[in-house]
Design a protein around this ligand. Structure first.
Ligand SMILES: [Zn+2]
Length: 251
């Protein structure tokens, strides 16, 4: 980090200190320490129970905690259960971008708290929390992995062990943007491995995979496959946002 960047960071820290309640989405005064103003909070599509126990997609009425959607039965994913805090749309996108492209710790805190609430059963039952890894040059270029930031924060809140080094992205994958479901699957196939000491650490464990956005789920499925092969007892998935209609997406 050079001097200019250090100065910028210090200035941002000062601005944050002076205006602690600025909304992370619209940048207007938030009024509370929540991180979002009331209008932006209400504008998010919060995904809570009742939901499909496998896909985390919302049900319109209560069907019991283990109810499963037709889509999950028709196309069972590689994981056991998935949940997300909000739908990925125009209103939640600024929050995802705030975490991904700017050094905004408040976004990570807020998003992790929302994820802990939406995925409370998954978090409570997890033995180990793992973030979806970035390939190392991308990590270097962006300086941090947004999934690891969320995983670390969720681990801190829940007191569950986490490890950002167990899952490794062994080759660069092209961006999933613009690819359809089967292209996305092909793009990430074989991209992930467990580190040398990783196998012993996931065997017979309930593992919770963390990412910022779930689109088709291809990346998370590739990670879940690796964990299953290594003997994980259960693999759950918790993301901040979920694309409810991936077939129509061009993010
Ligand atoms: Zn706002």
């Amino acid at each position: 980090m050079d001097v200019a960047e250090l100065r910028l960071k210090a200035w941002r820290g000062l601005v944050d200190f002076l205006t602690p309640s600025q909304c992370l989405i619209c940048h207007q005064p938030a009024g509370e320490a929540q991180g979002l103003c009331a209008a932006c909070w209400a504008g998010l599509t919060h995904l809570d129970e009742p939901a499909c126990n496998i896909l985390g997609t919302p049900f319109t009425y209560e069907q019991g905690p283990t109810a499963v959607s037709v889509a999950a039965l028709a196309n069972p994913p590689a994981w056991d259960r998935a949940r997300a805090a909000v739908a990925f749309d125009d209103r939640s996108r600024p929050l995802v971008h705030a975490l991904k492209y700017r050094d905004t710790p408040q976004a990570g805190h807020l998003m992790a708290r929302m994820m802990c609430r939406a995925g409370r059963r998954l978090v409570a039952e997890a033995d180990l929390i793992l973030p979806v890894p970035l390939f190392r040059w991308r990590l270097w270029r962006r300086r941090f992995n947004q999934s690891a930031v969320l995983a670390q924060e969720i681990a801190r809140i829940s007191g569950t062990p986490w490890n950002p080094m167990l899952l490794v992205r062994q080759r660069a994958t092209r961006s999933q943007v613009g690819l359809n479901v089967s292209e996305r699957r092909r793009n990430v196939r074989g991209a992930f491995v467990l580190s040398v000491d990783g196998v012993g650490q996931v065997k017979d464990k309930t593992v919770l995979l963390i990412d910022d956005v779930r689109t088709t789920g291809a990346t998370l499925e590739a990670c879940a496959d690796v964990l299953r092969t290594a003997g994980a007892r259960q693999v759950d998935v918790l993301t901040f946002a979920l694309v409810l209609e991936p077939a129509r997406l061009h993010n």
